[in-house]
Design a protein around this ligand. Structure first.
Ligand code: FES
Length: 103
């Protein structure tokens, strides 16, 4: 059953940055676009690269291996060579804590 787990505090992830975390049994990347935080699977749908090694370009996360882009707000593909999106997880802020809902 999915449940929220604490994975970070907001000050860990400056504006325009992303960080990799382990949330339960799931590897995730948390992104801060300056307005909100988003949690996505830390695995590119193209060839399984850890996209936390990439960077943020506005609301897109850019895969470091071949440059695929995904919208951090939805997980949808926004640039090739990936053709399918990546999983996005529910995230909530409690005080300074970032909690993510994972299986
Ligand atoms: S592994 Fe991410 S674009 Fe190829």
């Amino acid at each position: 059953m999915a449940d929220f787990v604490k994975v970070a505090v907001t000050s860990d992830i400056p504006t325009g940055q992303l960080r990799a975390y382990q949330a339960g049994h799931t590897k995730i990347v948390i992104c801060n676009n300056g307005d909100e935080y988003f949690a996505l699977t830390d695995e590119c749908s193209h060839d399984a690269a850890p996209i936390s090694d990439g960077n943020l370009d506005g609301n897109n996360i850019v895969c470091p291996r071949h440059g695929a882009k995904f919208d951090i707000r939805t997980g949808a593909v926004t640039g090739p060579p990936a053709v399918i999106g990546i999983d996005k997880y529910e995230l909530k802020i409690e005080g300074e804590d970032i909690l993510v809902k994972v299986d």
